[in-house]
Write a new protein. Sequence first.
Length: 160
Amino acid sequence: MSKHMYSTANLTDKELKEQGNRLFSLRKFEDAMNCYTKAIIKNPSVATYFTNRALCHLKMKRWEATCNDCRRALDIDTNQVKGHFFLGQALVELDCYDEAIKHLHRANDLAKEQKLNFGDDIAAQLRIARKKRWNVQEEKRISQEIELQTYLNRYELFKN
């Protein structure tokens, strides 16, 4: 291995992306992200560069940054499965379940349309998002029930 492995000065945006992919596969997410950023600077019209960088953010649990990159990717190409998929995952982490479900649903539909194989990954994320949303709604329902019961108990006391 040459010591110039990380030299990116004269690389094209595609070469920078490839370099980023290699670093990502070595789990060097920060270094991979830097390569994708340089690719974006050279060519900001490629949605994949944004979703690749978004995945690095996702791996590092940077939810807001993941959302930002996914939204930029989707501005370039609204049918980007990974844009919707990663955005959905980050939104679940930010407790934005309705929006997460919308994007995960879209990712699932697009993956089927485009015959892309994500195994059960997208459907599994969708189930997680729906379950978390249901839990939140259930907690709200229970607390409203308790409030109502407390109110009725007080009302009964005053009536007597």
